[in-house]
Design a protein around this ligand. Structure first.
Ligand SMILES: NC(=O)c1ccc[n+]([C@@H]2O[C@H](COP(=O)([O-])OP(=O)(O)OC[C@H]3O[C@@H](n4cnc5c(N)ncnc54)[C@H](OP(=O)(O)O)[C@@H]3O)[C@@H](O)[C@H]2O)c1
Length: 197
């Protein structure tokens, strides 16, 4: 069965956006979280236009290459202007999780309003042999609560943003993680964890 993973660029104080994210404003004042995408000479094999350091390219492409479908939360969808009717990933269908209708959803996107289990099931089906990527702290938290997350990746950027949307939200109990790999790279440290169940 395909795995479920969530890989985000995150500040050392745990934010995946800066202050005031939103439609037309993206990550708000937290755009520095993505600087490492363009801080090297190695083109990504998956994302056109990304030029990473050699060590970041190895890690980034390893994850990006596994993803066959993405589940994004409504805030991620709205703050990213609906991904222009497409997907945040060049090779993966987008499943949007919301409690509410999304009037502008396109035929290249799937809306699920019946919960995280159904969203991940729809993404698994769309992913074929690929894995499912989760986008958004809210969605990651819901999936952790449901026991559906296999791996978490922090692309940890050495900045304290001081505010924004948090990667991890309130959980009812501890979730144990096992470090698989830690890769220091220019402008970012890649921390790859398995979720222990
Ligand atoms: N730094 C990075 O690498 C990175 C990566 C991805 C995203 N981001 C950014 O991070 C922010 C993510 O924001 P976030 O963590 O607040 O939100 P999110 O996970 O993207 O979305 C949360 C929303 O999804 C819907 N939702 C969540 N669980 C649900 C459930 N079980 N059933 C139905 N709907 C459910 C709810 O929307 P409704 O109740 O409103 O329908 C909820 O408010 C965005 O600004 C995004 O651009 C950053």
């Amino acid at each position: 069965m395909s795995k479920v993973l969530s890989a985000h660029a995150v500040s050392v104080d745990g934010y995946i956006t800066g202050r005031d994210p939103g439609a037309g404003r993206g990550l708000g004042d937290g755009t520095t979280l993505f600087d490492w995408y363009f801080a090297g000479d190695t083109p990504s094999r998956v994302f056109d236009g990304f030029k990473l350091s050699e060590s970041s390219a190895r890690v980034f492409d390893a994850f990006a290459g596994r993803v066959g479908a993405v589940v994004a939360g409504r805030n991620t969808y709205d703050d990213s202007d609906g991904f222009g009717g497409g997907s945040p990933h060049p090779n993966a269908r987008l499943v949007v999780l919301s409690h509410r209708p999304v009037p502008e959803i396109s035929e290249r996107q799937t809306l699920v309003t019946t919960g995280i289990e159904d969203a991940i099931a729809a993404a698994r089906e769309a992913a074929g042999d690929g894995d499912v990527g989760l986008m958004g702290g809210g969605v990651l938290t819901e999936a952790l609560k449901a026991g559906l997350v296999d791996e978490v990746v922090l692309h940890q950027v050495p900045v304290l943003l001081g505010g924004g949307r948090p990667f991890f939200q309130t959980l009812p109990e501890h979730v144990r993680l096992r470090l698989i790999e830690a890769v220091p790279a220019p402008g970012v440290t890649h921390l790859h964890y398995a979720v222990e169940r």
